[in-house]
Ligand binder design. Structure first.
Ligand code: EPU
Length: 417
């Protein structure tokens, strides 16, 4: 696996346009199965997106990329299975389940299993699909899903506003018979984007402010669509963290400040200057960061779990103590031990992490444990004295397009080994 060599103590500053959102592009690529031709603009070039393209190709689609536009052609003869190897390439491949069921009336996929963030059950996905008339049999680690006739709309109360389950239900409900009502649905911008894509191909979806989604099943969907994926809010937050950690001054463009309404005040609390425009965010880091009293990760519109690790990297350099409470995933502090190799002082106890800021970090050899944890290590290395080696960067490439190129253009000294 490749590594990054990062020479720290260089300010991150300048201007950077943000790429499209990974977590919006992935379900939208699955939704491309429901129409014949999808032209998707602002589709980021990431290994997870390539994994989704491999799945589509396996299912019988053609996928072509021209710059940031991906064109998916999904003619007749679509297959309904995803082999284990492709499922394992990307955990979120489970979102293909709802789309394949709608397209083919049956689906066979392997059980996604756990991942680096701890156990990742899909009980909410499966219970909801069963309520919609899907028969699900577990067979040697595979899920064999069949439907007698058509899926049927129903009223669903999600025990937790799961992003993936909400996406699978939407993909199953658009052509189901009757109306599906999802109470306690996820409200992330990426859900709104998937609903936007489905609406563009003729689905009838009503997103209510209280987290209820109403989907009226339609008979058919339109054959063609051209759609633009929303900007990546987590990539935006990550680059802002890099600027804040190095006392830099950064203007992030082609982004959406509204998606970061719970995050931007945290930068201000830490002493950064933040200004926003319609599709841009300006941030100037202070000489020394202040701690952030409490970061509690929550479903949207709360503080995103995906920004927890980058913020923890930032808080290691603050003058005082910061507290983190991770409420979404069971095991999302693996980066803490790696940050400690660079001189950070962090205590983790279950879902709580207490970070006592230090005046400076030093370089070290550190290993990415997951996508956002990997981004956090890069942020710490950019601020640390000396040259750090960040290994296993394949994790980072799942979610950040050409990270080293972008950071270099902003003044970082970073090379790939
Ligand atoms: N959960 C269940 N049962 C289910 C589904 C979820 O117990 O059936 C639990 C999960 O184990 C987890 C929590 O609910 O503890 C949240 O899971 P959710 O389903 O909301 O997340 P996801 O769909 O698996 C997406 C993003 C994640 C992001 C989370 C939370 C994609 C492709 N992934 O995952 O993104 O952290 O929502 O916002 O959209 C990342 O980009 O680094 C990443 C991990």
């Amino acid at each position: 696996m490749a590594n990054f060599l990062i020479e720290g103590e260089n300010r991150i500053g300048g201007e950077l346009p943000i790429h499209g959102a990974k977590n919006a592009a992935l379900p939208i690529l699955a939704a491309a199965l429901l129409t014949r031709r999808s032209v998707l603009h602002n589709c980021p070039d990431l290994s997870d997106v390539r994994a989704a393209a491999h799945i589509l190709e396996h299912l019988g689609c053609t996928v072509e990329r021209e710059g940031d536009t991906v064109i998916v052609e999904s003619d007749d003869g679509v297959y309904c299975d995803i082999p284990d190897g492709l499922m394992r390439e990307m955990r979120s491949s489970v979102v293909f389940l709802g789309a394949i069921l709608t397209r083919c009336g049956r689906a066979r996929v392997s059980f996604p299993g756990g991942c680096e963030l701890g156990p990742r059950p899909i009980d909410i996905h499966l219970a909801s699909l069963e309520r919609m008339g899907v028969n699900i049999k577990e067979d040697h680690g595979d899920l064999d899903c069949t439907i007698d006739g058509k899926m049927v709309g129903t009223e669903l109360n999600l025990p937790f506003p799961s992003v993936g389950a909400t996406e699978n239900i939407l993909l199953a409900a658009v052509l189901a018979e009757g109306t599906t009502v999802i109470h306690n649905a996820a409200r992330e911008p990426e859900i709104q984007d998937l609903a936007g894509f489905l609406t563009a191909i003729g689905a009838k979806i009503h997103l209510k402010n209280d987290g209820t989604i109403v989907v009226e099943g339609v008979e058919t969907l339109l054959p063609e669509v051209e759609y633009r994926v929303i900007p990546d809010r987590i990539a935006t937050a990550t680059y802002l963290c890099a600027a804040a950690a190095t006392g830099g001054e950064l203007l992030v463009t082609k982004t959406e400040p509204e998606y970061l309404a719970a995050v931007l005040p945290m930068f201000e609390e830490m002493g950064c200057q933040v200004k926003t425009g319609p599709d841009l965010i300006y941030l100037k880091g202070p000489r020394r960061l202040r701690p952030v009293r409490m970061v509690r990760t929550m479903p949207y519109p709360g503080f995103p779990t995906d920004a927890q690790a980058p913020f923890m990297a930032l808080s290691t350099l603050a003058q005082g103590t910061s507290v983190f409470v991770e409420n979404i995933f069971e095991s999302r502090y693996k980066h803490a031990a790696e940050l400690m190799r660079m001189g950070a002082r962090i205590k983790v106890e279950g879902r709580v992490a207490v970070v006592e800021g230090v005046p400076a970090l030093h370089s070290a050899q550190v290993r990415c444990t997951d996508l956002r944890g990997g981004a956090a290590l890069c942020i710490a290395a950019l601020a640390a004295a000396g040259v750090s080696r960040v290994s296993d960067i394949a994790h980072i490439e799942r979610g950040y397009e050409r990270l080293e190129e972008h950071l270099s253009s902003l003044g970082a000294k970073i090379t790939r080994e």
